[in-house]
Design a protein around this ligand. Structure first.
Ligand code: G3H
Length: 548
């Protein structure tokens, strides 16, 4: 039975419009935010005057007796022609590899990036507030997303220096003298997801830029505003056309850009269904390199001898931080029979104790959900499991108020229930019970997904062989820890429908470039030519300078 106090707190959780603290508001006078109408094309920040969509915050407010999602302001719905203009600007700046940016020395490109990183800091508070309102990230999480993005830019700068140092050397093999560098691919389209609109867009955009590509970035439908404070920094830091930023409906903007055949690489974080549609839109798919971060169903495997305190804690943050809206979230908790009852009881109590509320409130862990009708969608998953025999094990599970859904702990989830195989991407914690490790291995090898898994246990005779099996099914096996992407220096990848390509600070530099070499038979005449080029510094590619 839900505690009456909690039930009432959920019913009254949304503030009156007048009670929103000014220090958390996205607009100083409580009015609308206009930044969503801005877009960046060919070095110019423009204001869109065509069709727009009102961004509705997941935070509902009560005004004139009515409680509804608070309108934040308009976001530009760029037309196909305007999106193609952005693409043409990127095509022109790349100029089939002959543009100033792709031919520029890497140290000069780095200077632009450093300028951008310096300017970025000034946008922190505005971006953080927009993240709180647009996707309901708590203030500490929104700040973490922003700071992690700045750190990613700075780490990329260091990784590029390292790469350039290594590439400045000549090699000699079987009589061939060669210098091997990484050259750009061309025009890159970057599209991030709503749960990390800033960070995940930047983890592809920044490496793509630094390797000499030109970019069009399109921000997700929920998350169209948080990048607006950065548009002027982009315009001031990079030459015209090198980076272009747009908002709009995917069908009107993304499809036509890919169909034009002018996009050489697609960096997309979203679903495999959309990724497959986009890939097929390219007239010559063989010319489109894809770097994809897609859905996942990361399991936790809790063995009988697991340390329950640690496991409950890790499973709690693993499945419910940012309301479970992380591709790396634990989306199914398998618990071995002997540990199952104790685990579920403690886990359910820990979930019920999670503080909920508005993203600016101190200590809050659960917040409203940005996706339209998400509570209803999640209830659909839960109803399916309940109809097939599962139960909600926590008192407050599935209590709902408009955009808020209190996470239910659903037990025992089994094959045949949607929660067993489908990604819920939200605050639902399904728990399944198992007897033999083989059952888990069967689940994972049959799954459509292959991103990560977490193993909780101590017996080397069980954990060791399980790691071996999992290593061929997923791309990261976490021992006594939740699944996660970071630190960003480590590879982030997935198998099957979970990803294409590997991202990390250094891997991303490889994703957005191609190894290219200048080579010559190693004889005195050729050496003299190479030496003369080096002495005259007449080539940016063929040179041994590294200016860091
Ligand atoms: O949503 C997918 C993110 O890349 C997850 O990153 O594990 O750091 O939350 P995270």
């Amino acid at each position: 039975m839900p505690n009456e106090h909690v039930k009432q707190k959920i019913e009254t959780m949304f503030p009156a419009a007048a009670d929103v603290p000014a220090a958390a508001d996205f607009s100083p006078n409580g009015g609308l935010y206009e930044g969503g109408l801005l877009y960046l094309v060919d070095g110019q920040v423009k204001r869109w005057s065509g069709a727009s969509e009102t961004v509705l915050s997941p935070v509902c407010v009560t005004k004139n007796g009515e409680t509804a999602r608070r309108p934040m302001g308009p976001a530009a719905m760029l037309s196909t022609e305007a999106a193609l203009d952005a693409m043409r600007a990127a095509v022109k700046a790349y100029d089939r590899g002959r543009g100033a940016w792709p031919r520029m020395k890497i140290c000069d490109r780095l200077r632009c990036l450093k300028t951008f990183a310096d300017k970025m800091a000034a946008a922190r508070e505005e971006s953080v507030r927009l993240l709180m309102w647009e996707i309901c990230k708590t203030r500490p999480d929104a700040e973490k997303e922003f700071d992690r993005t700045v750190a990613y830019v700075l780490d990329t700068i260091e990784a590029v220096k390292e790469l350039d140092r290594a590439n400045s050397r000549f090699q000699e093999e079987a009589g061939i003298l060669a210098q091997i560098r990484r050259a750009p691919l061309g025009v890159v389209l970057c599209m991030g997801p709503f749960n990390y609109p800033l960070n995940e867009t930047f983890t592809t955009l920044i490496p793509a830029l630094i390797m000499g590509n030109t970019v069009i970035a399109k921000f997700p439908r929920f998350g169209m505003l948080c990048q607006a404070p950065l548009l002027h920094a982009f315009a001031e830091a990079f030459p015209p056309g090198v980076v272009n930023v747009i908002n709009g409906d995917g069908r009107a903007t993304v499809g036509p850009m890919i169909e034009s055949g002018e996009v050489h690489a697609l960096a997309f974080i979203g679903t495999s269904r959309v990724a497959n549609i986009l890939k097929k839109q390219h007239p010559m798919p063989n010319r489109l390199r894809c770097i994809l971060g897609l859905e996942a169903k990361n399991p936790a495997i809790v063995l009988n001898d697991a340390d329950l305190d640690l496991t409950v804690n890790e499973c709690l943050t693993g499945s419910l931080s940012f309301n479970g809206q992380r591709c790396t979230a634990l989306k199914l908790l398998f618990v071995q029979r002997k540990a199952a009852e104790a685990f579920v009881e403690r886990f359910a109590a820990a979930v019920d104790a999670l503080p909920f509320g508005m993203p600016w409130e101190k200590g809050v862990k659960l917040t409203p959900l940005p996706e339209i009708d998400k509570a209803k969608t999640l209830q659909g998953f839960v109803d399916d499991a309940l109809a097939k025999g599962a139960k909600i094990r926590n008192a407050h599970g599935a209590l709902t108020n408009r955009t808020f859904y209190f996470p239910p702990v659903v037990y025992a989830v089994q094959a045949g229930m949607r929660l067993y195989t489908e990604e819920q991407f939200g605050p639902v914690a399904p728990v399944a019970v198992f007897d033999r490790v083989d059952e888990i291995v069967e689940f994972i090898s049959a799954s459509n997904y292959g991103q990560q898994a977490s193993v909780f246990g101590r017996d080397p005779g069980v954990v060791g062989p399980l790691v071996d099996v999992l290593a061929n099914q997923v791309c990261r096996v976490n021992l006594n820890a939740q699944c996660q992407r970071g630190p960003d220096i480590y590879p982030f990848a997935g198998r099957k429908d979970s990803a294409e390509g590997t991202l990390s600070v250094s891997d991303a530099l490889r994703c957005f470039s191609i190894r290219t070499m200048a080579a010559t038979p190693d004889n005195a005449a050729n050496k003299a030519v190479v030496r003369a080029i080096l002495d005259a510094r007449s080539s940016n590619f063929l040179n041994t300078d590294y200016l860091f």
